[in-house]
Design a protein around this ligand. Structure first.
Ligand SMILES: NC(=O)c1ccc[n+]([C@@H]2O[C@H](COP(=O)([O-])OP(=O)(O)OC[C@H]3O[C@@H](n4cnc5c(N)ncnc54)[C@H](O)[C@@H]3O)[C@@H](O)[C@H]2O)c1
Length: 488
């Protein structure tokens, strides 16, 4: 199966738009296809709308954004992409017909994944050419912020297709959850539907309003669910004997049962109560306004969970580790060449190394319309990270209890950088001894090579456990010294 550089989208509604925003943000080109030409404008608006929150999700260095093109020619889309994600309406016959058609225009090593909320992959792959590359990849709204994607193989799905999909979705910052066996509704929607069914009963019987039922989750279980699921939470609730005690205590209730297994009839009166209830909850706020509010707290929650390396926060950490490593990988050959050949050849005229390419993201702008102070440190920090990784100071080194802490930063500002301006950093090792490294960075504008700012930074090598400055690993020091010799 192919490495994915271009993603094809089949259907560009709510879910197709979410896939586009996520893929573009992480540097994947997108060819979006929809039968309705008017969807192009809608899709571009959806991508722009998602950007505000996505841009704040991580400060790790991102690759250049992917390019978005739109077509109403599904066959042309299928011919030019490396991976196809189908997001057309949830109707079995329609999906079967469109997937069979598109499969005749996509090379057999192009994975075709369906966003279906509940249809089983064996039914979808029935009439396809090369059906072994079809699987379900069920995302959650908003696709650009929620990392979960349920992967489900059908009777004919190959392990290679599932592996390729796992790699691709991980690359764009997601958490692929392999569903062992295909069942209608996969896993999450079965759970969500059970909850929703009970909501409909309780509203139908006038036990509670939609707002009260949402409060019953938001102020309690909802807070727990972001980091631990129902099972682990119940294990904690059972005291020392955990889940065994929980089942003894509450097991009998399951048999009474508290809940109803059949959905209530969707009468006009029930529909009216659900609609009126949620309109009251919205309190005059538009869907767009509520989406923005939702996106903001989803970003903030993931950043908090990252500190605890749990749930979606663990996925975010893994994504950032990949992004830092990718930035370092670009710098590595330049550093290696400079070390091997000395200043001549691989480095700039003053011996400096080009370690980082970036651009000024819109949210980096201050009230004067220029890149704000704190972002200079961030960009210099990213260049430092690329250099240190080359010397062997990576996640594994940090896990061994050692790190380089910033002791001094001296930044000199020379020119402005505006929104979207492309920048690059040239770096040198000025000095290294057993406990200290001194670096010098120049930040330049790509369009005219003007110097925007420079930074001189002193780093101390510390034992993170002892909180003390200690000598660095000899191999790390030797590599830093080799960089210094090469770039002097
Ligand atoms: N909305 C959700 O929360 C959600 C979440 C996860 C998965 N899904 C699944 O994603 C899929 C899409 O859902 P949605 O909410 O984005 O629907 P939507 O109605 O917003 O979008 C569907 C798009 O498909 C296009 N389309 C229709 N027929 C087509 C065809 N033959 N070829 C190409 N495009 C065609 C439509 O023009 C429309 O733009 C469904 O299978 C749904 O179950 C939805």
């Amino acid at each position: 199966m192919r490495q994915v550089r271009t993603l094809g989208l089949l259907g560009t509604g709510v879910i197709g738009g979410g896939w586009a925003a996520r893929a573009l943000h992480f540097g994947i080109d997108v060819v979006a296809a929809d039968v309705k030409p008017a969807m192009e404008e809608w899709l571009r608006g959806a991508v722009a709308n998602a950007e505000a929150a996505l841009a704040r999700l991580t400060f790790a260095p991102l690759p250049p954004k992917g390019r978005l093109t739109f077509t109403t020619d599904l066959h042309a889309m299928a011919r030019q992409v490396d991976f196809i994600q189908e997001n057309i309406p949830e109707q079995l016959e329609l999906k079967q017909r469109v997937l069979a058609d598109v499969s005749r225009h996509a090379a057999p090593d192009v994975v075709i994944a369906s966003s279906t909320s509940g249809i089983m992959p064996s039914d979808l792959q029935r009439d396809m050419l090369a059906p072994e590359r079809l699987l379900v990849a069920h995302p959650f709204n908003p696709v650009y912020l929620l990392p979960l994607v349920e992967l489900v193989g059908g009777r004919q799905t190959s392990a290679a297709a599932l592996d390729a999909a796992t790699r691709f979705f991980t690359y764009i910052g997601m958490h692929p959850l392999h569903v062992r066996r295909e069942v209608p509704g996969h896993l999450t929607d079965r759970l969500q539907e059970a909850l929703w069914r009970e909501i409909l009963h309780l509203v139908n019987e006038d036990v509670a309003t939609t707002g009260e039922l949402d409060d019953s989750i938001v102020y309690g279980p909802g807070l727990r669910w972001a980091g631990m699921g129902t099972n682990l939470i119940y294990h904690l609730a059972g005291g020392e004997t955990g889940m065994r005690h929980m089942l003894q205590q509450f097991g009998p209730c399951l048999k009474w049962p508290w809940t109803k297994l059949e959905a209530p009839e969707l009468t006009e009166s029930l529909i009216d109560k659900m609609v009126a209830g949620t309109q009251a909850q919205a309190a005059g706020r538009s869907i767009r306004e509520l989406e923005r509010l939702r996106d903001d707290y989803l970003v903030a929650i993931q950043q908090v969970l990252r500190e605890y390396n749990i749930g979606a926060g663990a996925t975010l950490r893994a994504l950032e580790e990949r992004l830092y490593e990718a930035a370092a990988a670009t710098a590595r050959p330049r550093i290696a060449a400079a070390v091997a050949t000395g200043a001549a050849g691989a480095a700039g005229s003053d011996g400096a190394l080009r370690l980082l390419e970036t651009h000024v993201r819109p949210e980096w702008i201050d009230y004067n319309g220029h890149m704000t102070d704190s972002r200079y440190l961030q960009v210099f920090g990213d260049a430092t990270d690329a250099l240190f990784r080359y010397a062997g100071i990576d996640e594994a080194y940090r896990r061994s209890g050692h790190a380089l802490y910033t002791a001094e930063s001296h930044v000199v500002h020379k020119a402005e950088a505006r929104s979207q301006e492309r920048l690059y950093v040239m770096s040198r090792v000025l000095e290294v001894d057993e406990k200290r490294v001194r670096l010098f960075h120049n930040l330049n504008r790509s369009r005219d090579d003007a110097l925007v700012a420079s930074a001189e930074q002193l780093y101390l090598h510390v034992s993170t456990e002892a909180g003390k400055v200690v000598p660095m690993d000899a191999a790390v020091r030797a590599r830093l010294a080799a960089i210094q010799a090469g770039t002097r």
